[in-house]
Design a binder for this molecule. Structure first.
Ligand SMILES: [Zn+2]
Length: 611
């Protein structure tokens, strides 16, 4: 949106020249000073049965007046307001044996009267039944929880305070977290609140092992125990070992001492999602992801975030404010370009080949082409309101493609001597390492310098701030690529489906005269499998086409759940032709374009030979 620059200007001007006296505003609430914060988290089979965590917070009180403890409204990286205070119950405050009065100052702030006491403890139960990366969830033998959920902070006192955390669980249960050990078993310490709430916990029974990658420890925790063992676990480890060095090469450093990948596998979700932190991430997946390349791809995306968004980040996102939304127009960089580098890490690390990389890029092109025209900056800003017009998550695929295009244009403008890697590395050093976030005044000049001085003002106006489609006819030849089209013969079932809130695939419509109608499929049926191909298999499309794409008239059993019954309906394979666009190497590409293409795929820069 252009208007936001205009309003920014007016705001600056208005602040300098007040036209009339402002109405006095009430000062924001400030807690009495508190220090020496100690959080205690209890979870055992008894609390698991009630799906709650037992939390205690003990602190020293200085000065006079009430202590104000607030809960975050959101978890950084998950750009939606949740208001974790809603899951609190049984709140009590005490000084020694003496109960203290409390009430609420607002919806997420508890106001406690210390009544002269110098040390206060508050206790509450926290409901752990939300299956979301940003939240807390439990089973009879397990819980995961984010610090934003259960660690209230003193209102108006900043976030610079150190704190300790003690996790109390039962014998034989494990604790995994990226938090720094404070020495004792289950005791941790962080220097400030931002780090305290950025290190989620796994507590209970789960599989945990570790491996050195690039000289640093990586840990892998997976729930339930036994869910991911043997070859699929070795495969993910191999993928992590291949891709992390490719990511570290972009920035020239690995910024963690230990990185912890925390994965939950459950049938309660149909797909997979994950949430990044500075030295860990939490992923929640359908068990169909185990052994699937998509798991490596999402894992890469989250690990790359340890550099891009947890360290190199827009100024709008630093420092975090936990009390409410913190919009930024830069999620196309923080999320989209992270997704570009997840694909690059896969091909540079040898997990996928160049044809598969082009396939991933081509899929993103198709997703953007199929979606509504949206500006990357607008989609970034709007994520907090979850727009329903199809633009909500466009900053992922379209931002990824914007990164790809910038990479091509930088390499083209510099005769392949510079790349988008250089821009990220330069900004990481010039902004994150200097303790600040980046702005447009950092980003675009860095891109322009890397591209040999080329201006990106028009590109920004048309394709980042604006809604114009990307100029692929101009971009692809510069990287030795072209669009090709394939005519495919595919099995068609004649069904429209949707995923319900529980993750099930439900029939929304049945094509008249189609295979499904002839077999007796009805609207409202829950689809379970086509033949032996499970509908929730993350690889469903490819597996279905391979299995049933051969002969017309072959038997095609359609397994559905209708009410309490599971039915197997008998269909037959019908093949239809479809033309599919595919991103491909251009066999007629010139020498420079070939070098650029090779540089992108290998993560290298090099000019023309002999120069
Ligand atoms: Zn992300």
């Amino acid at each position: 949106m252009r208007s936001k620059y205009l309003s920014g200007f007016l705001l600056a001007f208005g602040a300098a020249v007040p036209l009339r006296a402002q109405t006095p505003r009430a000062a924001p609430p400030v807690s009495a000073p508190v220090a020496n914060l100690r959080y205690e988290v209890g979870f055992d089979s008894a609390s698991a049965a009630r799906r709650t965590l037992k939390v205690a917070v003990t602190f020293d009180v200085g000065g006079s007046g009430p202590v104000l403890l607030s809960f975050p409204a959101w978890t950084p990286g998950s750009y939606e307001v949740v208001n974790f205070a809603r899951y609190v119950s049984g709140f009590v405050a005490a000084a020694g044996d003496k109960a203290l009065d409390w009430d609420k100052l607002d919806h997420d702030t508890w106001r406690i009267d210390p009544a002269g006491a110098r040390s206060v403890t508050v206790r509450f139960d926290y409901r752990a039944n939300t299956l979301d990366n940003a939240a807390a969830w439990s089973r009879p033998d397990f819980a995961f929880v984010n610090g934003t959920n259960i660690f209230p902070y003193p209102e108006g006192r900043g976030y610079a305070f150190p704190a300790t955390v003690t996790v109390k669980t039962q014998p034989g249960w494990l604790v995994a977290t990226g938090m720094q050990s404070a020495g004792g078993a289950g005791t941790y310490r962080e220097a400030n609140y931002h780090d305290l709430v950025d290190k989620p916990f796994f507590i209970g029974r789960f599989d945990l092992d570790s491996m050195q990658v690039g000289g640093r420890w990586n840990r892998l925790a997976t729930y339930p125990a036994g869910a991911m063992t043997g070859p699929p676990r070795s495969l993910l480890w191999d993928q992590i070992a291949r891709t992390v060095p490719a990511m570290a090469a972009v920035f020239g450093e690995t910024p963690w001492r230990t990185y912890t990948t925390l994965l939950v596998f459950t049938q309660e979700v149909g797909g997979g999602s994950a949430l990044e932190h500075a030295n860990s991430h939490v992923g929640i997946y359908n068990p169909g992801f185990i052994g699937n390349p998509l798991l490596a791809s999402i894992t890469d995306h989250e690990i790359f975030h340890a550099w891009n968004v947890k360290r190199l980040r827009p100024a709008d996102l630093w420092p975090y404010r936990y009390s409410g939304p913190q919009p930024t127009p830069w999620l196309w960089v923080s999320e989209g370009i992270t997704d570009y580098y997840a694909d690059l890490a896969l091909v540079r690390g040898g997990v996928v080949d160049s044809a598969q990389f082009l396939g991933l890029t081509g899929e993103k092109m198709a997703r953007v082409a199929d979606g509504p025209a949206t500006a990357l900056e607008d989609a970034s800003l709007s994520t907090w309101i979850e727009p329903v017009d199809g633009t909500h998550y466009q900053y992922y695929p379209k931002g990824s493609l914007a990164g790809f295009i910038l990479d091509v244009l930088i390499r083209d403008g510099s005769d392949n001597r510079r790349s988008l890697d250089d821009v990220l590395r330069e900004l990481y050093r010039a902004t994150y390492r200097k303790g600040r976030g980046f702005t447009a005044a950092d980003w675009w000049p860095a891109v322009s310098r890397a591209a040999g001085g080329r201006s990106f003002a028009e590109f920004h106006a048309r394709h980042i701030d604006g809604r114009e489609p990307f100029p692929w006819d101009d971009i692809l030849p510069r990287a030795g690529l072209r669009m090709a089209s394939d005519t495919l013969r595919e099995p068609q079932v004649g069904l429209a489906t949707t995923q319900d809130t529980a993750g099930a695939i439900v029939v929304e419509g049945v094509l008249p005269g189609g295979v499904a109608e002839a077999a007796g499929v009805k609207t409202g049926d829950q689809l379970i499998a086509l033949g032996e191909v499970e509908i929730l298999d993350p690889n469903f499309g490819a597996a279905f086409r391979t299995r049933f794409g051969k002969n017309e008239g072959d038997s095609l059993p359609i397994r559905v759940r209708r009410g309490a019954d599971t039915l197997t309906l008998q269909g037959v394979v019908r093949l239809v032709s479809r033309v599919e666009a595919r991103l491909d190497f251009d066999p007629g590409a010139g020498e420079k374009a070939v070098r650029i293409r090779r540089g992108i795929l290998r993560g290298t820069v090099a000019g023309a030979r002999g120069r």
